[in-house]
Design a protein around this ligand. Sequence first.
Ligand SMILES: Cc1cc2nc3c(=O)[nH]c(=O)nc-3n(C[C@H](O)[C@H](O)[C@H](O)COP(=O)(O)OP(=O)(O)OC[C@H]3O[C@@H](n4cnc5c(N)ncnc54)[C@H](O)[C@@H]3O)c2cc1C
Ligand SMILES: NC(=O)c1ccc[n+]([C@@H]2O[C@H](COP(=O)([O-])OP(=O)(O)OC[C@H]3O[C@@H](n4cnc5c(N)ncnc54)[C@H](O)[C@@H]3O)[C@@H](O)[C@H]2O)c1
Length: 475
Amino acid sequence: MAEYDLVVVGGGPTGENVADRAVSGGLSVALVEAERVGGECSYWACMPSKALLRPAAVLAQARAVPGAAEAVTGSLDAAAVLARRDEVVSGFDDAGQAEWLSGAGVSLVRGRARLAGPRGVEVTGPDGGTSELTARHAVAVCTGSVPFVPGVPGLAEAGFWTSREGTAAKEVPESLVVIGGGVVACELAWAWHSLGARVHMLARGGRLLSGNEPFAGERVAEALRAAGVEVRTGADVVEVAGGADGRTVRFRDGSGEHRVTAAEVLVATGRRPATDGLGLETVGLDAAALADVDDSCRVRGVEEGWLYAVGDVNGRANVTHMGKYQGRAVGDAIAARARGGEAAPEPWSRWAATADHHAVPQVVFTEPEVAAVGRTEEAAREAGLRVRAVEYDLGWVAGAGLFAPGYAGRAKMVVDEDRRVVVGCTLVGPGVGELVHAATVAVVGEVPLERLWHAVPAFPTVSEVWLRLLEAYGR
Ligand SMILES: Cc1cc2nc3c(=O)[nH]c(=O)nc-3n(C[C@H](O)[C@H](O)[C@H](O)COP(=O)(O)OP(=O)(O)OC[C@H]3O[C@@H](n4cnc5c(N)ncnc54)[C@H](O)[C@@H]3O)c2cc1C
Ligand SMILES: NC(=O)c1ccc[n+]([C@@H]2O[C@H](COP(=O)([O-])OP(=O)(O)OC[C@H]3O[C@@H](n4cnc5c(N)ncnc54)[C@H](O)[C@@H]3O)[C@@H](O)[C@H]2O)c1
């Protein structure tokens, strides 16, 4: 039985960061990975999806600028885009990331882990053999999430894509029905449409990207429709059936019952924590327990506090950057506690993932992009804040006009009237993903509006929208 100070279960971006920080803090660390070091993000999520989307964005932006537009005479080369995607995922080979782990001083154990009593981890290796690891101080569960698949009659029999096939497919399907209206649905609808598939989206809710300000989903839906994607909102999928022509999806919306047939069906209806077979019962817990963590991601109610749940598996903020952020805090906290310190997760201390609560940035890489941080106006009001929001048309900013004539976009800033600080910001438009960090700094730093006036955006950049938003709010 091998003993380490810390055993990390799951080598996605979150687990890698927990392990790296704990080693830097002087601990011995084993990391157990069942599939590929780098996790979902590197092979079937963030990286391949962005590789599929980027060429279309570049092409659209070149086409929007006279002088460059004339030089664009062809369309996307789908085979080259897929080849680039394969390059970005290193041909699904994790040797590079495994080497990085080893260089960082982390011991990689390949296999599937399950808890085996307090501080115990049993690993079933690729050859089916089992081994046991013991953690002197802590076990960090960083197993991520798996697709949530609704129980639609006929779906399983007909066969469907999840985000795995939706990012890793080797060929462009002739047609695709996307079930869902969230981030995965919007991004992958764009990606496969841009590569030549006929795409039909069926979103259950009244709008796309429902976690964002309403104008975000509306603008993305408008753009998808303008590009030729069929977008249906308020659509309830009733049944899916396989046949010679592909897969037929029967759905209902406000106008009645309809059918659509496509070569493939992509189910993008959210994700759930990856806790199956994790052995939580051996320590007296159920799957829900991993969502009940303090701000250092320590699972509550576990005697001696040796168990942590970090990243997607705790459901606090399911994006890679927040998993990594949690991972840094957790690795540092475990190391500090192993040295006998308390590492109390006081708000904004190095041991607390405080930003998870209301300062999470996210970029949706559609065309236009959606970039947001903090609370929407509605969420802020629901949280009891007295807020005032201002909006500004990005197309009126000089830098946007230079970015592309006819640039279309919108920005919204939500201000806490009592503290006079920004608590949320949403930007929609081409290339706005690169603008969101300024908003994140304002939200996390709780920079007073009076001081924000002194943060002068360079001319002529799209960031001048900050000045316009402040003017719209009034001094
Ligand atoms: C299509 C798609 C696109 C996305 N795009 C973005 C994006 O652009 N930006 C962004 O920030 N986020 C994006 N996300 C979200 C992002 O992928 C996740 O938030 C991120 O991967 C979470 O990291 P993690 O390390 O917590 O989990 P994961 O990346 O899921 O890693 C978990 C690891 O644990 C391993 N594991 C699981 N169970 C066991 C076990 N029992 N034993 C051993 N190992 C185990 C798995 O094999 C996996 O390697 C996207 C998600 C999807 C689906
Ligand atoms: N660029 C990024 O940062 C990025 C990209 C992709 C995914 N992600 C993350 O990955 C996670 C998963 O994304 P997602 O899009 O799968 O989830 P999501 O929660 O964003 O969207 C789920 C969608 O499925 C719909 N839905 C849920 N149950 C349904 C049902 N039974 N029938 C029909 N529709 C149903 C919801 O109405 C919603 O539109 C999210 O946390 C997301 O933030 C991030």
